[in-house]
Design a protein around this ligand. Structure first.
Ligand SMILES: C[S@@+](CC[C@H](N)C(=O)[O-])C[C@H]1O[C@@H](n2cnc3c(N)ncnc32)[C@H](O)[C@@H]1O
Length: 390
């Protein structure tokens, strides 16, 4: 990992903000005998109320921010998801939608707009967004929808009990805190964060939990070359378990970049997948710019599928994003859009379509894990279904 990638924070306010968060993290390290796990460090960098990257006011998503997600590139993404949702609507006419981490609100906007055209609106569209700043952005956008739509949208702090319908999370699991493991000839250690004077530094300790020990054993069996550094996300499994617990009937769609266990911990991925994003520059040093940059890691879908199975859900599909969107009629939707756009706008949309579908872009890197409870077959989830890879 390159340790010396430095980016100057763009203004004094940002520097002060980052320094305030850094001080809080330093205090937590001191209070914890000089070391915190990387998961703890990442949690504080992203979610400390008022200061964390997702909790404070930096722009984050879209062209003026640090990174761009699928819903930001085109409404076709949400429209194709809406096609899938109509299949649930047929089985549960009085269904609800719950979107986790709704970002700027663009996905919710494009989904309800398309569901209106399809006459398949949910009774309620819930959004569970831990970031107060993003929640405000979502409200500003979605309150501009016609009132028949905006009145169906509710922000919640917890998952509603006995939920029936669709739970949806696009690029949420990749923003969950990960533990860092380092395998060497001397054994496996947990890489966390310590202090050298005021500076954050890496420090390796023994593994902080038996769950990590179990994971380390599984990963070790796949490795050839050492040293090998990688991530384990325990948080996502716990989170999914809580979703499963609340879902009485319906579908969970998890869309993210990532791999199966075997692929994620491939012997040649010796540096893991941890990345930072600051103003559309990707780099690999999370110890700088606390609170000002995004920190993310690829999702390991096999463990999520196992958690789902152990929580009584069925794994009903594992598709590449391109196949999932094609099954949601994205090309037909694009053809329809072409008629309504001028040439410049259409050019932009056709570029976005390539971004969403092409193998070198999001088409193959992003996967859709579909999980359900008490549902009949959903045939669109069978297009190039890759559950055998999990
Ligand atoms: C990379 S952004 C993706 C935003 C949006 N879904 C999109 O695709 O544009 C990650 C989002 O996940 C949210 N998030 C992180 N942990 C969460 C959790 N446990 N529950 C709900 N949202 C979460 C963040 O606040 C943020 O809105």
């Amino acid at each position: 990992m390159t340790e010396m990638f430095t980016i100057a924070p763009d203004d004094l306010t940002a520097q002060q903000h980052s320094e305030q968060l850094a001080q809080q993290i330093r205090e937590s390290i001191v209070a914890n005998q000089g070391w915190i796990s990387f998961a703890d460090y990442m949690q504080q960098c992203l979610y400390t109320p008022g200061l964390g990257y997702y909790s404070a006011g930096s722009h984050k998503l879209g062209w003026g921010g640090d990174f761009t997600t699928a819903p930001e590139t085109s409404p076709l993404f949400g429209a194709a998801i809406a096609t899938h949702l109509t299949d649930v609507h047929k089985q549960i006419p009085d269904y609800n939608i719950l979107e986790f981490g709704a970002g700027s609100g663009r996905l919710a906007e494009s989904i309800v707009q398309r569901l209106t055209e399809l006459d398949a609106l949910p009774s309620r569209y819930f959004i569970l967004e831990p970031s107060a700043d993003l929640q405000q952005r979502q409200q500003e956008l979605l309150n501009q929808l016609p009132s028949a739509l905006s009145q169906r949208i509710y922000w919640v702090e917890d998952i509603p009990e006995n939920f029936e319908g669709v739970m949806l999370a696009n690029e949420v699991c990749d923003a969950m805190p990960v533990h860092l493991l380092n395998f060497t000839e001397d054994g496996v250690g947990e890489v966390g964060v310590s202090l050298d004077q005021q500076n954050f530094i890496w420090q390796t300790e023994s593994l902080s939990s038996s769950r990590l020990e179990q994971k380390a054993e599984q990963i070790q069996s796949q490795l050839d070359d050492l040293p090998y550094r990688t991530e384990v996300c325990l948080f996502a499994a716990d989170w999914l378990h809580s979703l499963a617990h609340k879902l009485s009937r319906g579908l969970i769609l998890l869309i993210d970049y990532g791999y199966s266990f075997e692929e994620h911990y491939r012997a040649d991925r010796t540096q893991g997948s941890l990345r930072c994003y600051y103003q559309h520059q990707a780099h690999d040093n999370p110890l700088i710019l606390p609170g000002l940059q995004d920190i993310t890691a690829h999702v390991e879908f096999t463990s999520l599928a196992e958690t789902a199975f152990n929580s009584g859900l069925q794994i009903c599909g594992f598709q590449e994003q391109a196949d999932f969107l094609l099954a949601g009629d994205i090309t037909m939707l694009a053809a329809g859009l072409q008629h309504n756009l001028n040439e410049a706008d259409w050019l932009q949309q056709s570029n976005a379509l390539k971004q969403l579908l092409l193998p070198g872009a999001m088409g193959h890197q992003f996967k859709v894990l579909s999980l359900c409870r008490d549902m009949h077959t959903l045939p669109r989830l069978k297009l190039n279904d890759r559950r055998y890879q999990l």
